[in-house]
Design a protein around this ligand. Sequence first.
Ligand code: AMP
Ligand code: FE
Ligand code: FE
Ligand code: ZN
Length: 285
Amino acid sequence: MIDLHTHSTASDGTDAPDQVMEAAAAAGLSTVALTDHDTTSGWPAATAAALRLGVALVRGAEISALSSDTATPGRGVSVHLLSYLHDPDHPALLAELTRTRADRETRAQRMVELLAEDFPITWEDVLAQTEPGTTIGRPHLADALVASGRVRDRDEAFATVLRPGTRYYVGHYAPAAVAAVRAVRAAGGVPVFAHPGADARGRIVPDSTIEELAQAGLAGLEVDHRDHTPEMRRHLRGLAEALGLLVTGSSDYHGTGKTNRIGENTTAPDVLEAIEAQGALEVVR
Ligand code: AMP
Ligand code: FE
Ligand code: FE
Ligand code: ZN
């Protein structure tokens, strides 16, 4: 069983990287990818745990990007790009991730200022919910709101105050999706479009954008994901076939931060082989 999308406390998951590996072992997975948002800082701890537990580790990241292909000029659709087995020190990719993480912090501070007008939360409350060096996201703001007693859980915080369109929402810098695909390939990584059809959570890109990304070097589509309906999965499988893209499945596990169970969707062994053949790094095993 192979699960190619999980998060740790290096971003918005609630398990430390070694605990993600332990959860993978407990679920009987043979292989798991650690794909924290815009960072590879969980890789060393996950690697040590992988070797200790005998679970294979695909080192990865989930890169925030924006599509410019949208009906609303100047406002891109959020694109999450999984990168597998890239060189973490490649200067161009590293510069993009560093810039995104820095602006995520500025943006979170701005959102806290806006939230503080109506809720009892401070920036210190948010920092208390994160490890040093974590990629800060709205889930950490949600955790601070939960700690303040004003919302029940992350889900309620997203449903009420953290969504785009509320007066508290602020966007953050992210590279254009085509540029992100090229940067991942330049760094020897294998780019896979994460949950491309998750239309219940926000706007999604049209098929023409996926075609454009395929031309830029996209390797695959994450088809089997809980945010995709059966019809969407059928559609994406057909699109992947037509464009010669790999098809993956994964859990998008976030520990207790989301209800997603590790291993709830999986990827075929031959797809993992193709990813490893294209990547600059080996799978840790
Ligand atoms: P951000 O990275 O700041 O834009 O926040 C988006 C992240 O929040 C996504 O990566 C999801 O993992 C997480 N997220 C979105 N909706 C929810 C929800 N309803 N409950 C928990 N986490 C969520
Ligand atoms: Fe997340
Ligand atoms: Fe995502
Ligand atoms: Zn994710």
